[in-house]
Design a protein around this ligand. Structure first.
Ligand code: SF4
Length: 105
């Protein structure tokens, strides 16, 4: 009896057909379901995000850019940082999935 079936998809940048990027890999909050605060990872510069997106675009498989982030200092500061990175998607005319889409320029 078959219980489930599926198809394995190759990730482009963390997800299939997406450049899925965590900008700040650290967070001042401690949501219990989330590993980000325990990782205390780095914070990607706008240039690093741009390079990652460009590398993904060169594959010809990029259909969407997804930006997510922990909160390094404050929600307001983080929203501005992610918003600055989101201009990359406009330059590439690529759909963007990001909370920063709610913030006016
Ligand atoms: S990254 Fe988001 S989900 Fe994780 S601890 Fe911070 S606020 Fe919570």
């Amino acid at each position: 009896m078959e219980i489930a079936c599926g198809q394995l998809l190759d990730p482009l940048l963390h997800c299939p057909e997406q450049a899925y990027i965590t900008v700040s890999e650290r967070c001042i909050y401690d949501c219990k379901f989330c590993a980000v605060p325990k990782l205390q990872g780095g914070v990607k510069s706008r240039q690093t995000v741009q390079r990652m997106v460009e590398d993904a675009r060169k594959t010809g498989k990029l259909h969407c850019i997804s930006l997510t982030s922990g909160v390094e200092e404050s929600p307001e500061f983080e929203a501005k940082r992610v918003q600055k990175s989101s201009v990359i998607s406009k330059a590439l005319a690529c759909p963007l999935a990001s909370p920063s889409a709610h913030f006016p320029e």
